[in-house]
Design a protein around this ligand. Structure first.
Ligand SMILES: Nc1ncnc2c1ncn2[C@@H]1O[C@H](COP(=O)(O)OP(=O)(O)OP(=O)(O)O)[C@@H](O)[C@H]1O
Length: 337
């Protein structure tokens, strides 16, 4: 488990003090995949780099599996870091070393013998699907293959935590998918805790269990990915969710409508129920679907529909009450004109 308490990172620059991380407290459970999202400058990199003390926090505490990293001496910290793997957006492979040597490097740092290193590199290459690339140089690999080497190197010393710093941001969508499924696989098979930072909501939607949203160095919202997708509270979280669910309706379309426009979220099994057709049977309202889709967030459906309701104000109110009762999540986007 990772426990971050009141973490602050302030940079002293020529122009003054810049706060990268501002009083962040978070808990990441063992075996969880936790995503941190935010726009550029929100403090994601500062936070993740503080987790393995690549950046020294200005104040606050970081505990991993009960061990307080912020109170360790240099030697103990070096030892503790072996249990925290990290992968990077631009892979950070050594170009003059082969795939084997890049991975072996991490094992040498842990004082493993030659035969232990040979056996472990073989195992790792098998795990990331690169057995046939053992003796090639990074320049001969695709971006996805380079990241696989990065993952193998990060896992070399059997860490309990893997930190991913924009690990798929330099990759195309289909390579991103394959790297994300590899991360999911190792999370399941090894019970590895994964913390990833990204500006891509797609990544969070695909593999994270829980997430936090950062703005100006602070965590402004956190929770289960499904809950944040289906019921975001903060405007910035709504922005991120909208960017992926693409639910901005053209202003012109809204202007042309006279009825009441509502947005309904159908969560989990409700997405498969016939709420809308029940409404039309029970109330004297007409409905016009303006937009609709069902997203699957880690196999759980989330239906989102935007509808225009027309009819008498009383019947519309009754229909809205009914839908709210059944779905628990209805937003009036625009009242009747
Ligand atoms: N080494 C540094 N020296 C001075 N200021 C820094 C340093 N690193 C980050 N900052 C500042 O801290 C704030 C948070 O930056 P950080 O890189 O952590 O954000 P981010 O969300 O990761 O953004 P990006 O995705 O662009 O890296 C920004 O204002 C940034 O300018």
């Amino acid at each position: 488990m990772i426990e971050i308490k009141d973490l602050v990172k302030v940079y002293e620059t020529k122009k003054g003090r810049v706060t990268g991380v501002d009083q962040v407290s978070l808990k990441v459970e063992k075996g969880e995949i936790f995503g941190i999202v935010g726009y550029s400058g929100a403090g994601k990199s500062s936070l993740i780099r503080c987790l393995n003390l690549l950046e020294t926090p200005t104040s606050g505490e970081i505990k991993i599996d009960g061990l307080s990293l912020t109170s360790l001496g240099k030697k103990e910290l070096r030892q503790a870091r072996l249990k925290i793997g990290m992968i990077f957006q631009h892979f950070h492979l050594v170009s003059s070393k082969t795939v084997y040597e890049n991975i072996a490097f991490a094992l040498k740092a842990a004082h493993k013998t030659k035969s232990e290193i040979d056996a472990r590199v073989k195992e790792l290459l098998d795990m990331v699907g690169l057995t046939d690339k053992r003796d090639v140089y990074p320049s001969q690999l695709s971006g996805g293959q380079k990241q696989r080497v990065g993952i193998a190197r990060a896992l070399a010393n059997n860490p309990s935590v893997l930190l991913c710093d924009e690990a798929t941001s330099a990759l195309d969508p289909s390579t991103t998918k394959s790297i994300l499924s590899l991360l999911k696989k190792i999370n399941k098979e090894l019970g590895l805790t994964i913390v990833l930072i990204t500006h891509e909501m797609e990544v969070v939607k695909d593999i994270c269990d829980r997430m936090a949203v950062m703005q100006d160095g602070k965590v402004i919202e956190e929770g289960k990915v499904y809950d944040l997708f289906s019921n975001p509270q903060q405007p910035l979280t709504k922005d991120f969710i909208n960017s992926i669910l693409q639910f901005e309706l053209p202003e012109k379309l809204l202007k042309e409508r006279n009825g009441k426009i509502i947005k309904i979220y159908f969560q989990g099994s409700i997405a498969e129920e016939s709420v809308i057709s029940d409404v039309f049977q029970q109330f004297k309202v007409k409905g016009n679907i303006l937009h609709g889709k069902i997203e699957y967030i880690q196999e759980t459906p989330l239906g989102i529909f935007v509808m225009e309701l027309t009819g008498s104000p009383l019947e519309i109110e009754r229909a809205i009450h009914y839908i709210t009762d059944r779905t628990r999540n209805l937003e009036v986007i625009r009242d009747a004109a």
